[in-house]
Design a protein around this ligand. Structure first.
Ligand code: GRG
Length: 297
């Protein structure tokens, strides 16, 4: 069972993310209202908000400015939601449920789902590029560069391409790791780094955050594979076991359940070790590592 103070912090930060996203997205009555309504439909009121929580936790280390930190957290979540909307489309995973409700192409239509993803992606950079947001323009530029790299063909979109190319093929553990470092890990790294960049940290502290985030990105995926292999559809809010059924390689299919769980524990340990010298300010990051390794959905 997790520390009640951490659960309280998490609930507060999830509400903070929800409020910030609500304020950041265009209103549903603003034209083109169907597109804006669909963007809000898919972004608000759901999800664990792991990426904003990681940004907020890193923001405690960097003593981040609130406006920059909340914009960074929203930007990363917008990219994440865009990826889910596109990933669910018939041309990719063809899923009809996401976060317990119909996916965007089911609730609206395919063209709207495509546009929602496109618009959320652009919204992320709109938010993060607001003039004067970071106080320090060079740090803001670095944050923008970090998010762009993490989202594109050398990050998340590239990871998705590797994933699509690996369906039905035998791949090694090293290749699986490369795929997940891109597909899931890159955006998780960006979330942590943007939390660091929203405040003032030296390069060594940013390097430590990056090392932590690299472990967390893989950890998140290993746990996701374990949950996918063990939980039922109702608990996960998505189609349990779908990756295995689709002949997609997973940590569980390559390592088995028991070794996957051991790997998750080892990655959580490495993540905590990476930030050991950052002291009390990194408490929430340490707790996030524990939360991710023991999450049940
Ligand atoms: C379409 C460019 C493009 C990329 C898609 C990340 C991704 C790449 C697709 C998501 C598909 C997926 C189910 C990946 C497995 C791990 C993962 C990212 C799960 C969803 O993230 P959570 O668990 O979701 O953080 P919530 O809903 O809690 O935000």
């Amino acid at each position: 069972m997790s520390d009640p103070r951490f659960s309280e912090w998490m609930a507060q930060q999830q509400q903070r993310a929800e409020r910030a996203l609500d304020a950041a997205l265009p209103g549903a009555t603003i034209a083109p209202s169907r597109l804006h309504e669909a963007m809000r439909y898919t972004t608000l009121g759901g999800g664990k908000r792991v990426r904003p929580l990681l940004a907020f936790a890193a923001g405690e280390v960097s003593k981040a400015c609130t406006a920059a930190l909340e914009a960074a957290a929203c930007a990363v979540e917008c990219i994440h939601v865009y990826s889910l909307v596109h990933d669910d489309m018939p041309c990719m995973d063809d899923d009809s449920l996401r976060r317990g409700k119909p996916t965007v192409h089911v609730q609206y239509d395919e063209a709207t789902a495509l546009l929602v993803g496109d618009a959320l992606q652009t919204q992320a950079f709109d938010l993060l590029s607001a003039p004067g947001l970071f106080g320090d323009a060079s740090r803001q530029l670095r944050a923008l560069h970090t998010l762009a790299q993490a989202s594109g063909s050398r990050g998340m979109a590239g990871g998705q391409a590797i994933d699509l190319g690996s369906v039905g093929k035998e791949i090694s553990l090293a290749e699986l790791e490369v795929m997940h470092l891109h597909k899931t890990g890159a955006l998780i790294r960006a979330a942590v780094l943007l939390g660091g960049l929203a405040g003032d940290l030296n390069d060594e502290a940013l390097r430590q955050l990056d090392q932590y985030a690299k472990c967390i990105g893989l950890l998140f995926q290993v746990v996701d594979d374990v949950l996918d292999a063990t939980a039922d559809t109702a608990t996960l809010g998505k189609t349990a076991g779908k990756d295995a059924a689709n002949n997609k390689p997973t940590y569980v299919s390559l390592l088995g359940l028991s070794e996957s769980r051991k790997l998750a524990e080892e990655l959580a340990r490495q993540a905590e070790e990476a930030i050991a010298t950052l002291g009390d300010r990194a408490l929430r990051l340490r707790e996030m590592a524990r939360y991710i390794v023991s999450r049940q959905f």
